[in-house]
Design a protein around this ligand. Structure first.
Ligand code: SF4
Length: 75
């Protein structure tokens, strides 16, 4: 399990800076979390001013595609 960044990301936060395992990378339109590296600490979720980050179990229905999109970024 991992945290997931959705398309609500405005690419202006410090999520990548607070991640203790450097699991967050910058994409073309948003940041992404590597599900194989995330240790589910929740630090990035707390840091995001746009509430764009969710635990995989709590991603809203309209943003479910983000789970696969985050994983695909690292595939
Ligand atoms: Fe990194 Fe923690 Fe966010 Fe996972 S939950 S991406 S380990 S800051």
């Amino acid at each position: 399990m991992a945290y997931v960044i959705t398309s609500l990301c405005k690419m202006e936060a410090k999520c990548a800076e607070v991640c203790p395992v450097e699991a967050i990378s910058k994409g073309e339109t948003q940041y992404y979390i590597n599900p194989d590296e995330c240790i589910e600490c929740g630090s990035c979720e707390a840091e995001c001013p746009h509430e764009a980050i969710f635990h995989e179990d709590d991603v809203p229905a309209e943003y479910q595609a983000a789970i696969a999109e985050n994983a695909a970024f690292y595939a």
